[in-house]
Design a protein around this ligand. Sequence first.
Ligand code: ADP
Length: 194
Amino acid sequence: METQTKFLNIINEESDRLARLIDDLLDLSRIESGRQVWRMGYHHIEGVIDESVAAVSSLTEKKGLVIDKKVREGLPEIYGDRDKLAQVVTNLLGNAIKFTDNDGLITVSAAVSEDRVQVAVADNGIGIPEDELDKVFMKFHQVDSSATRKKGGTGLGLAICKEIIEHHGGKIWVESQLGEGSTFYFIVPQYKEI
Ligand code: ADP
């Protein structure tokens, strides 16, 4: 019985993993082929952040983590696809949770940088080696360490984030110290530029 339960759990986990991989592949190919329908409009970034924090609440609860939100008051609205931007923030938060210990700290913040709104998702988790900082945005790239391998994932999340942000005329990047944590940043324009 115990063995059966163990195998059923493995089958369950593997089918979830395959479903995620298919979702991510479809998502990426829709964007890359120009078939993605973008619903552009003006939005408050705080609403997008709140939605994303809520979307990962079961993951934070499971790990006992709290996400600290720091959003400057009076931020200008941004021009973008709300669901797609929420997908980016949710993905960055999901990674921050995945690569941070149970007693870790995760902060999501938003501020104005020149004429753009800048969002940052910071964690004090395992960090990323310097020579991997650009590579993590490449399709299927996962930092090759046993810790990463154990965490699963498709290696497509950040490639999708990059496509979404670049479609908005923005930029996404990461700063990190191995063993100390990572901060992912993205900027999006306030006004219609595309
Ligand atoms: P996935 O998380 O599905 O593996 P991603 O494209 O989202 O794929 O991320 C690619 C890789 O970048 C991860 O496998 C991991 O090695 C690294 N990475 C992403 N976010 C973080 C983070 N917050 N801390 C440490 N490493 C990270």
